[in-house]
Design a protein around this ligand. Structure first.
Ligand code: NAD
Ligand code: FES
Length: 281
């Protein structure tokens, strides 16, 4: 059993939990994810690791309620437990594995959209821990849905916050801030890391392609087994079929077929759509 050490509501339908998982906390790296299961019959829910404390033996997960399983999960309180937490799964962010001196030479821009702020956070923290100051753009629909702002401000070199409705800081979507920084302010970036809803990553990639900035995205399609066996998380990257759970979750954003990924995500929302996808696999 994996005990919940802290359960907190960050915003409407968005929850944070610290979970006791010493083995995962010891091994995990930014970019990796876990699959949690509440009980025997519970759905397996993939969640990117938002933070980890190796001394305490805990990991932090952030999730949004989108259906019955996540709503049930939101009812869990401090002291309750998950039956199973499997991980760390997937691959660490590319820069974790690279020569640190090479990473230090690059200027990074992180783009975090909505709940996607959670997986961006450990990457920005890693950068700070290795003496690298990065620029971070955080976008949310409205002020009340902005999460982890103070934590991110502590780790980022520069933080640019924007809300779609202009209720806080800048007004507009993250892509408008990218354009402002690069085109109007003349900033240069060697790499962009964009994580958020699929539609945000699609439009961010269209813009960074135009601006000539290589871009990495982290995909979270529907996952079932998390081991590359079931095919649920299949995506197309360039001309290749990939499985987000074992080949990703991070990919070259300029090569990802976002339209196909979004179509599959929509189909998974209905029973009929799931049956069609299963028959094709
Ligand atoms: P949201 O809809 O509030 O969007 C967040 C920000 O993305 C917006 O504020 C805006 O700045 C930007 N954005 C949205 N549409 C855009 C567009 N068309 N062009 C440019 N920018 C755009 O986000 P949310 O409600 O927090 O998102 C929830 C979704 O995020 C879920 O579908 C979930 O699956 C996904 N998600 C993805 C990851 C991941 O690892 N990729 C992690 C957590 C959540
Ligand atoms: Fe089954 Fe990726 S979740 S192949």
């Amino acid at each position: 059993m994996y005990r919940i050490l802290k359960a907190e509501m960050l915003a409407d339908k968005i929850y944070l939990m610290d979970v006791e998982a010493p083995r995962i906390a010891k091994a995990c790296q930014p970019g990796e994810f876990v699959i949690v299961k509440m009980d025997d019959r519970g759905e397996r829910i993939p969640l990117t690791i938002c933070d980890y404390n190796r001394d305490k033996g805990s990991i932090t997960i952030v999730f949004q309620t989108v259906g019955a399983s996540t709503e049930k999960m939101a009812d869990l309180k401090t002291g309750d437990s998950f039956e199973d937490v499997v991980g760390p799964l997937g691959n660490a962010s590319e820069f974790v594995e690279e020569d640190l001196e090479e990473v230090k030479k690059r200027k990074y821009l992180f783009v975090a959209g909505g709940v996607g702020t959670a997986p961006v956070y450990p990457q920005v923290k890693w950068m700070r821990e290795h003496g690298i100051a990065v620029d971070v753009i955080m976008g949310a629909k409205t002020k009340d849905l902005l999460i982890l702002e103070d934590a991110m401000r502590e780790q980022a070199g520069n933080l640019y916050v924007t809300t779609d409705d202009g209720s806080y800081e800048r007004k507009g979507m993250v892509t408008e801030v990218i354009k402002d920084l690069v085109v109007n302010q003349g900033k240069h970036y060697d790499v962009c890391v964009a994580i958020g809803p699929m539609i945000m990553m699609k439009f961010t990639c269209l813009m960074t392609k135009e601006l000539g900035i290589p871009t990495i995205v982290s995909l979270n399609p529907v996952m079932v087994d998390g081991t590359g066996m079931c095919g649920a998380c299949r995506i197309t990257v360039g001309d290749e079929v990939k499985f987000a759970c074992v080949d990703g979750p991070e990919f070259d954003g300029h090569k990802v077929n976002f339209d196909e990924a979004m179509k599959r995500q929509m189909m998974y929302k209905s029973e009929e759509g799931r049956a069609i996808l299963k028959a094709r696999e």
